[in-house]
Design a protein around this ligand. Structure first.
Ligand code: NAD
Length: 519
């Protein structure tokens, strides 16, 4: 009954506010689950051991491709967070005193074990998130391994500064880890983004209380098993499962948590910024996006089409960096639109375990409904659907899965809601432009500022436009090419702070200047 009422409200509302409904959905619909004999429980990892939530309650964990519940999740609350913070606090002095070499060896060991179990991780990630298994094999899991290896080796080569030449004083700076810290991550790239926070935190010498999304918790538990096998000391990493409004907020509000690294929606990011501001905690916020792909008439046409389709629909469009608004110079607009739609129609929507599948299932039923409601909004705003626009019912075991056709919409002004609000699914709009001034104004006309990609063969134009676009990242003639040393993050409502390379290590440490009197 509750479930029906919720669904009705959702459809009556214009479009649901992003993410609030995901949390409400979990709170209202799932509740404690019945235990089937084969149902696996996703447990917390506290003080070096896997354990149930103290309340003994559970949430249901669904396979998006089938719409079926396949595991149960420890439904933790403040008491579990309290235990985890205690464990992380006790572990901090010894962990922060380990040498970089000792931490490096452990993190490399974790990377090696994940790599040895890569296929198992890929299968688990796909089942939990809905994305194709092949994508987990080539992107999610290798990147999780790379996150550990990268920061394990980064700390072996980093250095601090000394200020000399004052005559009577020598100043040198040391960076001290502070801890414990909270790391909170979303459902779209579960292990990839979870480890993007946890690995640098551990490498920097701090201890961690981490929370993966309740929608995709599985590989975080597998990571806990890996940490136990690798011999990570108890309490150094603690992983707590449960809903964001209970477990996430308990982490953010706990006075023992000294900093919060968060990736997720702008709405939750705003709450974290307010709360952490009151408590004077350091925050890193990687939030939503409404990214642009800009194609000039002089671009390598074929490459621009292929890559802008990839940028729109990889991971079902559920990547914060996906290019969901494609601006095309008017002189090539019709030709580009036809080629773009034709490429999009080739994308096979289907069972994530099939190698031929290009778009898997959306991460939750509620998210699928939200994406479909945005397609409805686009039509009401006057948009024309060039292809897609419907839920897909895949044959066989996936007939009840949460699939949506890759959807291309045109005919909408850049300022409408469809073109300024984050949809975070397989929905893209095409918009013609006349010149650089015109396109830069439209690209910058959203509250977000995460990334953009620009396609042109004119290097001067590439520099000019990249300089004028208000985002933290601009790709030229490419998309999602990632060097882990580079600063990653957004401006405006896309976030505060930067991750990656030394930026991440700086976040989890504080500078201390020591001034020595010299004769
Ligand atoms: P979300 O904000 O709903 O949830 C993210 C995490 O925060 C989850 O673990 C959730 O349980 C937790 N959470 C929810 N409410 C909380 C609260 N009150 N206090 C503390 N934690 C809370 O986001 P989502 O739906 O999981 O992810 C989608 C969003 O993430 C999109 O907006 C997307 O753009 C963004 N995202 C951004 C980046 C980036 O790098 N900028 C990367 C991936 C995803």
């Amino acid at each position: 009954m509750k479930c029906r009422i919720l669904r009705q409200c959702f459809f009556n509302a214009d479009v649901a506010p992003f993410n609030r409904s995901i949390v409400d959905y979990h709170r209202s619909v799932i509740g404690p689950v019945r235990h089937g004999i084969t149902m696996q429980t996703i447990q917390n990892y506290i003080d070096g051991a896997l354990c149930e939530a103290l309340s003994g309650e559970h949430l249901a964990c669904f396979e998006p491709a089938t719409g079926k519940e396949y595991a149960s999740i420890a439904r933790s609350d403040r008491q579990d967070v309290e235990r985890a913070v205690d464990a992380a606090t006790r572990a901090f002095p010894a962990w922060s005193r380990t040498t970089a070499g000792e931490r490096s060896r452990l993190l490399v060991k974790i990377a090696d074990i994940i790599e040895a179990r890569a296929e198992e991780f890929a299968q688990a990630e796909s089942r939990d998130q809905g994305k194709p298994v092949w994508l987990c094999r080539v992107m999610d899991i290798p990147r999780a391994v790379a996150n550990f290896r990268f920061f394990a080796t980064e700390i072996l080569h980093s250095s601090t500064r000394a200020h000399t030449g004052m005559g009577d004083g020598l100043n040198y700076t040391v960076r001290k880890p502070f801890g414990p810290v909270g790391c909170i991550s979303p459902w779209n790239l579960p292990l990839y983004l979870f480890t993007w926070k946890v690995a640098p935190a551990l490498a920097a010498g701090t201890t961690v209380v981490a929370k993966p999304s309740e929608i995709t918790p599985f590989t975080a538990m597998m990571l806990a098993e890996v940490c136990i096998e690798a011999g990570l000391p108890p309490g150094v990493l603690n992983i707590i499962h449960g809903t964001g409004d209970v477990v996430g907020s308990a982490i953010v509000e706990h006075p023992g948590i000294k900093a919060v690294s968060f990736t997720g929606s702008t709405r939750v990011g705003q709450y974290i910024a307010r709360t952490a501001g009151e408590m004077l905690k350091k925050v890193s916020l990687e939030l939503g996006g409404k990214n642009a792909t800009v194609v000039f008439a002089d671009a390598d046409f074929q490459r621009a089409v292929e890559q802008s389709v990839r940028a729109a629909f990889l991971n079902q469009g559920e990547i914060c960096l996906c290019g969901s608004r494609v601006f095309v110079e008017r002189s090539i607009y019709d030709r580009f639109r036809d080629a773009f739609v034709s490429e999009t129609r080739k994308l096979v929507v289907g069972d994530p375990t099939d190698d031929g599948t290009r778009c898997g299932a959306l991460a939750s039923e509620q998210h699928m409904e939200r994406v479909l409601s945005y397609i409805g909004l686009a039509t009401r705003e006057g948009g024309v659907i060039a292809c897609g626009g419907e839920r897909v019912h895949v044959d066989g075991r996936c007939r009840d899965g949460w699939f949506v056709e890759p959807t291309v919409i045109e005919g909408l002004p850049a300022s409408c809601r469809t073109n300024t609000e984050e949809i975070f699914g397989p929905v893209v709009t095409l918009i013609p432009f006349d010149d650089e001034d015109d396109v830069c104004a439209m690209v910058n006309g959203t509250p977000y500022g995460l990334s953009a990609s620009v396609w042109t063969e004119n290097v001067h134009r590439a520099h000019r436009v990249a300089d004028r676009i208000e985002t933290g990242i601009v790709w030229v003639n490419c998309w999602l090419v990632r060097d882990l040393r580079t600063p990653f993050g957004g401006v405006k409502q896309s976030g505060i702070g930067r991750e990656g390379g030394e930026e991440s290590l700086r976040f989890f440490t504080e500078a201390k200047n020591i001034c020595l009197r010299i004769e």
